[in-house]
Structures are given as structure tokens and as C-alpha cells.
Design a protein around this ligand. Sequence first.
Ligand code: AHM
Ligand code: MG
Length: 352
Amino acid sequence: MVDKKIGMTLTRHIYEGEREHPDATGELTGILNQIALASKIVSREVSKAGLAQILGFTGRENVQGENVRKLDVFANDVFVAAFNHLGHFCIMLSEEVPEPIEIPERYSGGQYAICFDPLDGSSNIDANVSVGSIFGIYHKISPGQGGTKEDLLQPGRALAAAGYVVYGSSTMLVMSAGHGVHGFTLDPSVGEFLESHHNIRIPERGTIYSANEGNYPYWSEAVRGYISYVKQPDSASGRPYSSRYIGSMVADVHRTLLYGGIFMYPADTKNLAKPHGKLRLLYECAPMAYLIEQAGGAASTGTGPVLDVVPTEIHQRVPFFAGSRENVEELESFIARYDDARTGKAVGSSNE
Ligand code: AHM
Ligand code: MG
């Protein structure tokens, strides 16, 4: 007998989700299907990057004498082509493009805006390390036909859906449309994403910390204090924690979602032009924060939920601390304590 779970494709999952909501228009189904299609194409190219000689080069010719593009540029082109004639979007934002991407007028009547990072962590590709795509989908809020920056500059709390695709030892799409987080693994033999992880829940507390510790000297005293704390032996809380850092956000967040712990990219003083860390709010941090919260975890800038940050610029960066709820709260308590010490307030005093 065929197990009915075998038939739970991404498409069916989304369709069934929409069926439970009679007011749903089916647009989100169309969008997620298109994301799945684009990510299958990107996955195919990522997996044969070395063979196709498209890694690390741009504007060069491959063995067939065709022009080749860097893989992140290729991925951007694939996602843009998948979205801009769909009719479901009014505007798009990509990490690869400085300004919002307008939709051709004929197709610009869609009721959604999308922010995406087509290929995050692409500096890892030459070493065959996992990379990923990230997306966040918002309802259109601007009046009239077409979209404006207003549709993109929304807090993560307003996300209608978000997800990522990790191109790792297998390709996996993890998404939420506000009803839990679900993971789908690409079965290349049938070309379908099949549900492999239903309702992912992040552990309440984990014993892995994940950060680029080379930046330690440039972090705030509070973050340095927290990192010293996680290394101090304490059997009750499982310290010292293990350190794991891939340097590819999608892979690091994916592991954190499944195993628990804390992933972070704090602000640092190394580059004064980047006082808010490295990661971008709209297409890196907010979608990941949405997934982590949907899975029962927490995502913070250090002083409050990432999802509550109201963006003022499309390529804005924020400090990012995400993972198991207890770990993130612990990190926040370090920041509050150091802030209190700086401002002369007694540790543990209230914030009123
Ligand atoms: P990118 O968008 O240019 O790929 O940069 C983002 C990546 C993330 O995937 C990762 O978390 C981070 O940069 C790693 O940065 P670092 O090398 O400073 O540790
Ligand atoms: Mg990126």
C-alpha cells in the first residue's frame, strides 16, 4: 500500500493550506510553486557548478563557448524571471539589485511584494559549501496599481509567508505561511519537493553557539561577555556549548532550527560603515526571524524582536541573534545588564 505521506508534495501542502482558508485567492500557492521551480533550477546549477565552470567567474566563456555568469547573478536572473510575469507581485527586492525591481505594467496588479536573496553565502561556492536562497512575502499596502517602496519597507511581523532553500547534501525548502514551519526535500528523481519535516519545532534550549568569532575583538562588551559565558563549564546548563559556524547563513540557521542553540551576527566596530552587523533585514534577517518564531524560537536584534523592526531603508542591516528561546533570552539579558551598567542603572531594575 502506498503511504499517503508520499504524496505530500510542496504543492499539495500549500494547496491544502489555502483550502482551509475560504478567503484565500490561490495567489500564495502560485507564488510558492514558482519559488519551488526557480529553486530547482538554481539547485541544478549549484550542483554542477564545478562541471559547468561557472563558479567564481563572470563574463567568461564556458567550454561550449557560451557566456557564463557568476552563480549569484544567475540565481538572481532565475528568480526575477520566475516572478516578474506571474501577475501576483507588485514589486520585488533582491540583494543583487540596488533599487526595487519593478514589474512590467501588464503584470503589476499583484497583491504581494517579495524580498529575496537569490544566493546567500555565495562566497562559499568555490569550496563546495552549502549555500541558500531566502525569501519573504508581504501583502501589498500601497494604493493603486503597481508597488512602491512602501510595500517593501514593512516590519517582519507583517510577513504573509517566508522561507529558504538550502542547497546542501540535499536540497531542502523550508517555509511557513503562518501555520508552523515545514520542510520539503527535493527528490531529484521525480523533480518534486516532498514533505520531509512536518511542523518543525526548535528546542527550547540548545548547546550550540554559532558566530564568526574572528570578530570577537570588535564586538560589544555584552556580546563578548556572553561568548565567554557559553564557554564556561557548567554541567547543569550544558556549558561549554559547542561551536559551529559554516559562514553561510541559510545552513547555519537551518542547523539551529533543527538542533537548537543560537546563531548570531552581532554589530561590530571593525567596519564603522556597518555598525549594525552584516546581515540585511529585509531578505535575510526578517524571513529567518519569522521562521524561527513560527518554530517556537526567538530572533532578536539584542534589544528586541527582529520582526518588530520597522525598516527605513531597503538594504538595511541589523544585528541578529536567533535560535532557541532560552538562549536568545539569555543573550538579551547580557545586553540589558551591560546597558544598565553603562547607564548606571542597578542590574535587574525594570525598564519603565
Ligand atoms: P552574502 O549575502 O554576501 O552572501 O553575505 C551573507 C553571508 C551569510 O550567509 C553569512 O552568515 C555571513 O555572510 C558570513 O559572514 P562572515 O564571512 O563575515 O562570517
Ligand atoms: Mg546574502
